[in-house]
Design a protein around this ligand. Structure first.
Ligand code: ZN
Length: 286
């Protein structure tokens, strides 16, 4: 019997209570996913995958992504969570839940506050009937391609009063914040706004999430975990590791093409990276 995927809420609530965080590792392929799951197993931590629209396409649809994550779950003894990342509308979320996702993010953060509330609350109502956890987002997370001044960057960040209202009005389980991280690779040194996080954290009791974990200074990450961050999304770093490892091995003089020769180093490097991040985030309980 296939082991079921788990809902995210209870794991992040425990993380908030005990001041640790889980990495949300981008899932786009069974074998890479499995090399990270073996690390979670070794450290006895839940395996949390995040998957966006583009990666769902690589699997050939939501059902195949769910099947791949369930296969991981059959091969490890720790809980496996597959979390839909940045799904933008009700229809795509409904499709994911109907396909077996137990955890979703509705990102309506590009809409004005009222409309974000409305769209998020509609997802919460549908998801909660199916026992599915919901992450919402308030504040805009910049993309690496955007060059913003410090004032512009700050204006996009999550407002603490709005955050409290948003949680109350939507009934969302988990909240993604904008506090200075960006999606993709940093082109300039990031300023993580810890005082803002502290304010939000004192008003919002649910688990908080930081996107754009790749390249974010580790001392700031560790500090953020002390103030309620319970999930750090990691995607860009993983893709870079695979890209670099497969390119490097081909430069070796003795290199001959085979699946093992081309990919073994990538699996190994991913596992090393995952272990480093998991230990950093869950330092308090390991
Ligand atoms: Zn994100």
């Amino acid at each position: 019997m296939a082991k079921e995927l788990k809902a995210l809420k209870e794991y992040l609530e425990d993380a908030r209570k005990r001041k640790y965080a889980l990495g949300g590792f981008c899932f786009w392929n069974y074998a890479y996913g499995m090399s990270i799951a073996q690390v979670a197993q070794k450290l006895n931590l839940p395996m949390l995958y995040i998957i966006g629209d583009a990666e769902v396409k690589f699997f050939g649809g939501e059902k195949n992504a769910v099947a791949a994550a369930r296969t991981v779950a059959e091969n490890v003894d720790v809980p496996v969570i597959l979390h839909a990342d940045h799904f933008r509308d009700f229809e795509s979320i409904k499709r994911a839940i109907d396909a077996g996702f137990r955890s979703v993010m509705i990102d309506a953060s590009s809409y004005p506050f009222e409309e974000n509330v409305e769209r998020t609350a509609a997802v919460v109502e549908y998801a909660h009937r199916a026992g599915v956890s919901v992450e919402g987002e308030l504040g805009r997370i910049a993309g690496c391609e955007q060059k913003l001044s410090v004032d512009e960057a700050e204006a996009m960040q999550t407002d603490p009063d709005e955050a409290a209202m948003f949680v109350e009005q939507t009934g969302v389980d988990i909240l993604a914040l904008s506090i200075g991280t960006v999606h993709g690779e940093y082109r300039f040194p990031p300023h993580i706004n810890i005082p803002r996080l502290q304010k939000i954290s004192s008003r919002v009791q649910i688990p908080l999430v930081m996107h754009g974990g790749s390249g974010t200074p580790e001392d700031k990450v560790a500090e953020a975990v002390q103030y309620g961050i319970t999930k750090l999304n990691l995607a860009t770093d993983l893709v870079k590791i695979v890209g670099k490892a497969t390119a490097d091995v081909q430069q070796q003089e003795q290199f001959r093409y085979s699946v093992a020769n081309l990919y073994a180093k990538a699996y190994e490097d991913l596992a090393k990276y995952a272990e480093h991040k998991m230990r950093l985030l869950a330092d308090n309980i390991l």
